[in-house]
Design a protein around this ligand. Structure first.
Ligand SMILES: C[S@@+](CC[C@H](N)C(=O)[O-])C[C@H]1O[C@@H](n2cnc3c(N)ncnc32)[C@H](O)[C@@H]1O
Length: 282
């Protein structure tokens, strides 16, 4: 499974996996993350694995058999494999608690990406979670690379800027977004690829929650933190946010902007760290 790991981060986070959830994993690869999910959801058909390529399904099926031998807690019955397309998921509406994909959505161009996200939204229960791991790129990708199907399939040239990626996700209705990690991934260098500029690619881990979008827009946590360092025991903005003296509070970008707009000299607001691990203002 490790040799067949084609992901660019992790979508498996115990925080999402309480109460033995129903999981959908799209783009199974060698099956490693499905095995990891199975650890938290030990029930027959607890995980639906969907892939469009029969050979990939067969490879993961074989790996699950081997995993059964090596892990006494695991049974292949925990995973149900279905052949199907990300753009037309063979999964019923509102039946999934956690849907995941790793290094698949970046291969899609905008129209297909929108459809794939809409499909994930459709199958998730209300408040369900979509967990994604994908490359992103802040440098404008040259068109010749963008349209190179082989490079796209290698997860190298479909990457888009993080803001656009988030806008696509909120655009289909997800009201809460968590950027959980961002790290360096690849470099496309002149001489090795058909580009005259160096292209730096990162990978992100994102969780999108199927909560309604608030009237003032989606809550996006990019890893910003507010700390009140005034002389009182706490600061209350009377809008639902209480900052205890010298205690960090994770804030979404909207709250960070609202606190910043107060113009106070006793509230520190950090830059985005792209590391959000729960809790906070919303
Ligand atoms: C880069 S691999 C990632 C595999 C796995 N998620 C991992 O992290 O190792 C992409 C996977 O998505 C599958 N795939 C490609 N296009 C698909 C589509 N339209 N619908 C469903 N699966 C697709 C491929 O067969 C492959 O298993």
């Amino acid at each position: 499974m490790l040799e067949m790991n084609y992901g660019c981060g992790s979508t498996v986070n115990p925080r999402d996996l309480v109460n033995s959830p129903n999981i959908l994993y799209l783009g199974v690869g060698g099956g490693m993350e499905l095995l990891q999910f199975a650890y938290f959801s030990r029930k027959p058909k607890g995980i639906i694995g969907v892939d469009v390529v029969e050979e990939m399904l067969e490879a993961s099926r074989q790996n699950f058999r081997e995993a059964e031998i090596q892990n006494s807690w695991f049974s292949s019955e925990f995973v149900e494999l279905r052949q199907g397309d990300a753009l037309n998921l063979p999964v019923a509406d509102a039946t999934i608690d956690v849907a995941a994909q790793n290094c698949l959505f970046n291969i899609f161009k905008a129209e297909d990406l929108k459809k794939a996200l809409q499909e994930m939204y459709r199958v998730l229960k209300p408040h369900g979670r979509l967990v994604l791991s994908d490359p992103i790129c802040e440098t404008e990708m040259p068109n010749n690379l963008k349209n190179d199907e082989r490079l796209r399939a290698l997860c190298l040239s479909g990457a888009m800027p993080l803001k656009d990626y988030i806008r696509m996700i909120t655009g289909v209705g997800f009201g809460m977004i968590e950027i959980r990690a961002k790290r360096p991934y690849r470099v496309l260098a002149p001489g090795q690829y058909d580009t005259d500029k160096l292209i730096f690619i990162e990978s992100v881990e994102v969780c999108a929650i199927k909560d309604p979008i608030p009237a003032d827009g989606p809550c996006v946590f990019t890893g910003k933190t507010a700390i009140y360092y005034g002389n009182e025991v706490f600061f209350d903005d009377n809008k639902g946010h209480t900052l205890l003296q010298n205690q960090p509070l994770a804030v979404c970008d909207k709250t960070a902007a609202a606190l910043g707009a107060l113009g106070r000299d006793d509230i520190f607001i950090s830059e985005a760290t792209y590391f959000y691990d729960g809790g906070g203002c919303c």
